[in-house]
Design a protein around this ligand. Structure first.
Ligand SMILES: [Fe+2]
Length: 411
């Protein structure tokens, strides 16, 4: 009798799992055999550790991935306070039946340490009037500290041109030693091209989580290589910048940051893009937006003004992407007196002092090969902004300091 019940239960689970798989994939063409195969190997698990995105003084986003559709939530607590459960809600519906989980935690206190843990509960059947949950899994506990609301100081680490070398993340971040930092900025070309979700996990999410991203947020703008490959249109599903923008600006401490998406490096009608690129229009849209940011009170009030852009508009050859950025953005950078441009792309690290064409320093990070990889550390207070570039050998290969009067000191 006992055996019979067990068999019945297994058959029942297989049946509902197959039904929910069909609902999740939405594919009536999936063969019965492949459905049964998935059912038999079904075992809810996290595909990534939680990683922090979109930091603000009173809010932060936590992302994570699971291998099955779930209902997910987070529990967060400040020191000596009871945990609060948070799940995202969109137009009255609690987010569910998804694998990419994103929870925005709001109403936090600035400069405050919190602990958090994420949970995912499998949805094995999702019918209009009947939902069956399966297993629940939970992460370890992690901590983060919210950004400061005061304009006192900021520090960050900058990486570029990793190009599918996950081992570079810990190697470069460790060059920072124990120096504090608020967030990490990924300045494009983390990949050669976009293949699939596994690549995102193995080549970026996993190595970042191992070294920092469960406790420190990162922001990520595309390089020209992230625009390539079959999964390139899915990339933005996995990341969230300030204001959820692909290009964006924000003030943190004494610095106003502007991040631009410089797009592809060749003409839109280049045969490599097969008629599927319109980056000229995208950059023109950004130039209009950029001028509005440069005229903003936040920009004018900031002590220091820093721009991130993967392709530098000088010192990166004469291809179309470079020249188009030069034409559109260059005059605006000069007119509104940015203090610093931070780029990558060329794989040749260097500090280019103000000169004809650009009235401000351009700092270009290296990579991706050994002895060419660099970590930049930017720190600023009310008096001084410093940027130091260290090669993977530990050698400092460039630095620049700007005092509050704006005069530079190239080293
Ligand atoms: Fe590049």
């Amino acid at each position: 009798m006992k055996m019979k019940n067990t068999v019945k239960r297994r058959d029942f689970l297989q049946l509902i799992s197959a039904a929910s798989l069909l609902a999740a994939t939405g594919s009536p063409l999936l063969s019965v055999a492949s459905k049964r195969e998935r059912v038999m190997t079904r075992n809810l698990s996290f595909l990534s550790k939680p990683y922090l995105q979109n930091p603000e003084p009173t809010a932060i986003s936590v992302f994570w991935l699971t291998d099955q559709p779930c209902y997910s939530w987070i529990e967060v607590s400040a020191l000596n306070e009871k945990p609060v459960k948070i799940h995202p809600v969109t137009r009255g519906l609690v987010e569910a039946n998804n694998r990419i989980h994103k929870v925005r935690i709001k109403n936090l206190k600035p400069s405050t340490k919190y602990t958090y843990k994420v949970f995912s509960k499998e949805i094995v059947l999702y019918e209009p009037y009947k939902l069956i949950y399966g297993k629940t899994i939970e992460s370890d506990s992690y901590e983060f500290t919210t950004m400061s609301a005061k304009a006192d100081k900021v520090s960050l680490l900058i990486l570029n041109d990793i190009h599918d070398h996950p081992e570079s993340f810990p190697l470069l971040i460790k060059l920072n030693g124990d120096q504090p930092f608020d967030f990490v900025f990924l300045n494009g070309d983390m990949f050669d091209y976009q293949k699939d979700e596994d690549q995102l996990v193995e080549h970026l999410l996993d190595p970042c989580a191992e070294i920092f991203s469960t406790s420190k947020p990162f922001l990520f703008i595309r390089g020209n290589h992230e625009t390539r490959g079959v999964f390139s249109r899915n990339l933005s599903d996995y990341f969230e910048n300030i204001n959820k923008g692909n290009y964006f600006s924000f003030t943190q401490g004494p610095v106003h940051f502007i991040a631009l998406d410089s797009g592809e490096d060749k003409e839109d009608d280049n045969h490599e893009y097969s008629g599927l690129a319109e980056f000229d229009q995208y950059r023109e849209e950004q130039a209009i937006w950029l001028e509005s940011q440069l005229k903003s009170t936040a920009y004018k009030k900031a002590k220091f003004k820093v721009v991130f852009m993967h392709i530098p508009h000088y010192h990166s050859g004469e291809w179309h992407g470079t020249l188009h950025c030069r034409k559109l953005f260059g005059p605006l950078f000069n007119k509104y007196k940015i203090d610093l441009l931070i780029s990558g792309h060329t794989h040749r690290y260097g500090v280019h002092e103000p000169q004809a064409g650009h009235n401000f320093p351009i700092i270009i990070g290296g990579g991706p090969n050994p002895s060419e990889r660099t970590l930049m550390r930017l720190s600023a207070d009310q008096k001084m902004m410093n940027i130091v570039m260290t090669r993977d050998t530990g050698e400092i290969v460039g630095s620049y300091s700007i005092n509050k009067q704006g005069s530079g000191n190239l080293q």
